[in-house]
Write a protein that binds this ligand. Sequence first.
Ligand code: ADP
Ligand code: MG
Length: 280
Amino acid sequence: KKEEAPTLSKKEQKRARRLFPEPLLNFKELRSKYKISSRLAENVAEQGFTVPTEVQLGTLPLLLGKSSEPDLLVVAPTGSGKTLSFLIPVINKIVRHHHSHPDEHGILALVVAPTRELASQIVNEGRKLVAGTGVKITLMRKGMRVGDDSVADVLDENSEESSGSEDEDAENKPAKERANIPVTKSDILVTTPLMLVNALSANRTTTMATLPLVRSLVMDEADVLLDPLFREQTLDIWKACAHPDLRVGLWSATMGSNIEDLTKSTIKERLEDLGQKPGE
Ligand code: ADP
Ligand code: MG
């Protein structure tokens, strides 16, 4: 009589599938298997990519799966398509959020990148993906005001236009004219650390304003953002994201600058700030 080989319990199998979901085989699965917004799926299809890259096929199932969204540290080479990997889940989450929380307005996702150039590229890619979804993505600019404790608003007088004339807008207009710029709501704010820290500290003497609604914090080029040059500002932004359901994604091209240690100590600091004990 054959002995049955030992195997994982049902519970262990479930956990394993959550940790190691099936790879995304093609972009059609975003809709058929992961049920992302149909408009978002169309916008992805419109990009004309044939197959997902390695980082996309690995992370999209993790971030779009049914089980609770994880915090992630992703390391994948430059040019491997990380932007699409974090933008699709962030946008899809906001589309769903708009359905479940129709009255909640404010910044729901924050994408931090070390340079304005990178931030601007992310916004350009994001604009193609959000078309027709009702989600708004905005590039942080000087002169914008961000939030107070209850609502986070962005002054964004020309978010629909292409990125051509960005450097000559709000900051060069006289104050009076600036004050008349209508306040519009944005869901995703893309920024460099310094610009956001400055905006959050404006009009405050001691503490920074918070971003109470942000559920997704994406740090692009996370190794650079956690490097001594940006670290303080990046941590201040992380701390300003006060929502208990915040999920953090750290995306990097290298494990350089000891990103793993930095990430661990950052998470530890963050948990201590929240009065929790760093656990598993
Ligand atoms: P990374 O942030 O990892 O350095 P990007 O997100 O900037 O890479 O993507 C690099 C380039 O690859 C971009 O021009 C992007 O449009 C393109 N790209 C993204 N995903 C795919 C794909 N699945 N197939 C082909 N090209 C892709
Ligand atoms: Mg990138």
